[in-house]
Design a protein around this ligand. Structure first.
Ligand code: AMP
Ligand code: TRP
Length: 329
């Protein structure tokens, strides 16, 4: 058996929050010794909604620095920027000639995201999952560690790979999603019925991984909960359920273990106070390393260039195989 290939991506579109961290990044870091690892800053995906060019450029560097600070180790993993490897766009075109409109119209994230766009909706937002399939399939990926919101996109990736293989001959490996048990779906602290997201407005929505202890405290203490006192996970009480989910993810336990831990709590205030301490301690090393790394941005740029150089040959090889199989060129 050859080593598993892990691939995942993150949009450089805003401050990374604990949903990104517990849903995805923590798994990326933990699995580094067991596989070939490729992590990608998906700037081309970011462009599917309007972006300020200067801000996007800055956020690519910031996101890369956060990933390194979180423990992505350049000796074990490749880290690169999507647009630096032109095969991503190239393969996306060939896959768009395999995907059907009906298949694409079933993508729920497009429906959600297009509804929240105030101006016009761009074609790239519709074809977003095809570019994501290209990201994954280029590297013969076997595992894709992501949060629960990406499950449908990985299903589509598998469907496209299968359809291609059946039509043109075996070119692609079918990837599996790797979704964590705790932390796969962290909800907004200001509104626990909505997924925590980088783009949501409001300063009490998310705990960002670079937040100071003071800000973490303010945000967690302000988290919306209902009027009950019983610390139990319950769909009718999304606020306390979310606090338990964050606690479980941060301490590496289950929701049931978190409930047992708080069995004697006097109310939600106790849960919040303990959660503040745990989040501050969990994120402290990340914040400290971020400060060190951002003092030398040249190092991060160089690592990204090195990452792109390392992955390019495999990407080229896959696209050449695909072109040949389809009869292009
Ligand atoms: P994005 O912020 O959309 O680029 O997502 C980067 C990674 O974080 C993906 O693997 C997502 O599935 C994951 N992720 C984003 N938001 C959350 C959330 N609220 N809870 C858990 N995982 C999340
Ligand atoms: N769509 C993913 C997100 O918003 C980011 C992404 C792009 C990705 N390409 C990927 C994740 C490939 C995993 C694999 O979170």
């Amino acid at each position: 058996m050859s080593r598993p290939v892990v691939f995942s991506g993150i949009q450089p579109t805003g401050a990374i929050h604990i949903g990104n961290y517990f849903g995805a990044i923590k798994q990326w870091v933990a699995g580094q010794d067991d596989a070939e690892n490729i992590f990608c800053l998906v700037d081309m995906h970011a462009l599917t909604v309007p972006q300020e060019p200067e801000a996007l450029r800055g956020q690519i560097l910031e996101t890369a620095t956060v990933l390194l600070a979180a423990g992505i180790d350049p000796a074990k993993s490749r880290l690169f920027v999507q647009s630096h490897v032109r095969e991503h766009g190239e393969l996306a075109w060939y896959l768009s000639c395999v995907a059907s409109m009906g298949q694409m119209q079933r993508m729920t994230q497009f429906k959600e995201k297009s509804e929240s766009q105030r101006g016009e909706v761009r074609v790239g937002l519709f074809t977003y999952p095809i570019l994501m399939a290209a990201d994954i399939l280029l590297y013969r990926t076997t595992q894709v560690p992501v949060g629960d919101d990406q499950r449908q996109h990985i299903e589509l990736t598998r469907d496209l790979a299968q359809r291609f293989n059946a039509t043109y001959g075996e070119a692609f490996v079918l990837p599996e999603p790797a979704i964590p048990k705790a932390g796969a779906r962290i909800m907004g602290l200001d509104d626990p019925t909505k997924k925590m997201s980088k783009s949501a407005p409001g300063s009490y929505h998310a705990v960002r991984v670079l937040d100071s202890p003071d800000v973490i405290k303010k945000t967690v203490m302000a988290a919306q909960t209902d009027s009950g006192r019983d610390v139990r996970a319950d769909p009718a009480r999304p606020g306390v359920t979310n606090l338990l989910a964050i606690y479980a993810a941060a301490t590496g336990t289950t929701i049931e273990a978190a409930e047992a831990h708080f069995a004697d709590a006097r109310g939600y205030g106790d849960v919040k106070k303990e959660l503040v301490d745990i989040l501050v301690e969990t994120l402290r090393p990340l914040r400290e390393r971020y400060a060190e790394l951002s003092a030398v941005p040249g190092t991060v740029h160089a690592l990204l260039a090195q990452g792109a150089r390392a992955v390019r040959p495999t990407a080229r090889d896959t696209v050449d195989t695909v072109k040949r199989a389809m009869g292009a060129g």
